[in-house]
Design a protein around this ligand. Structure first.
Ligand code: GLP
Length: 236
């Protein structure tokens, strides 16, 4: 895993967006797995600007949403699909049928999970980090080869989800792309910003590689970058 520390949040946004534009130029048909959470939103906004100014195009690319909360109404703005649509998908030149989301409200969730993702695996996986080291909704204890599946959320993850909603009917479960397909991605970028992520970034880099700390498993990946701003990388 390469640890790349940018001097400021602004430099982090520009740097990651510049890498992303390069990947799209090299492979216009890039298949991507994308997270929500608050961390990647400034990068998505930069990519929207890049598309509008003609410096990037998603017209031949495809996107899969990393995870989705269960028991949240389809029109809830805090639903992860709605967040990703609002901040990226609806503002770029992606083909309407090139964007895929898990829908935990449908009875065929197991089937959806089995079929989710591109045939050859993801070219690029972007990830945020939960405070307990979770990736997507792969909580501590998830197997390194876990498939895309329904999962129960840990109490700390449920509490942390409060920041995505304007009500207190918080999700207790969800569906997530598994650690298996994440770790099989050709290239993985783990994103972290702000002082609140400094401890977990340090643990990911220093602690023993362990399924109790899912993000540490990325250290075994041949092409993974941990991309942090100065605050998140303050305790390397
Ligand atoms: C949530 C999401 C993850 C996300 C993480 C960090 O639990 N399921 O995909 O990466 O929390 O979120 P944030 O970027 O808001 O700190």
């Amino acid at each position: 895993m390469n640890l790349i520390r940018f001097d400021s949040h602004r430099a982090w946004v520009r740097g990651v967006a510049s890498w992303w534009r390069d990947r799209l130029r090299l492979n216009p048909q890039l298949t991507m797995c994308l997270p929500t959470g608050l961390t990647p939103l400034p990068i998505y906004e930069e990519m929207v600007r890049s598309v509008r100014s003609g410096h990037a195009s998603f017209s031949q690319a495809s996107i899969w949403g990393l995870d989705e909360f269960g028991d949240i109404p389809r029109d809830d703005p805090g639903r992860l699909e709605n967040t990703l649509r609002r901040h990226l998908v609806d503002a770029i030149d992606l083909a309407p049928d090139a964007c895929h989301f898990l829908d935990p409200s449908r009875p065929d969730l197991d089937d959806q999970c089995r079929r989710f993702g591109p045939a050859g695996g993801f070219d690029l996986v972007l990830l945020g980090i939960g405070a307990n080291g979770h990736l997507g909704m792969n909580e501590p204890g998830s197997a390194a080869d876990s498939p895309t599946r329904r999962v129960e959320l840990h109490d700390s993850t449920i509490a942390a989800a409060a920041r995505y909603f304007d009500h207190d009917r918080l999700p207790r479960w969800g569906a997530t792309v598994g650690l298996g397909p994440i770790l099989s991605g050709n290239e993985v970028w783990l994103l972290a910003t702000g002082a609140s992520k400094a401890d977990i970034v340090r643990r990911i880099v220093r602690d023993e590689i362990n399924e109790e700390l899912p993000a540490s498993l990325l250290r075994r990946h041949a092409n993974c970058s941990l991309l942090v701003d100065a605050d998140a990388g303050a305790r390397p």
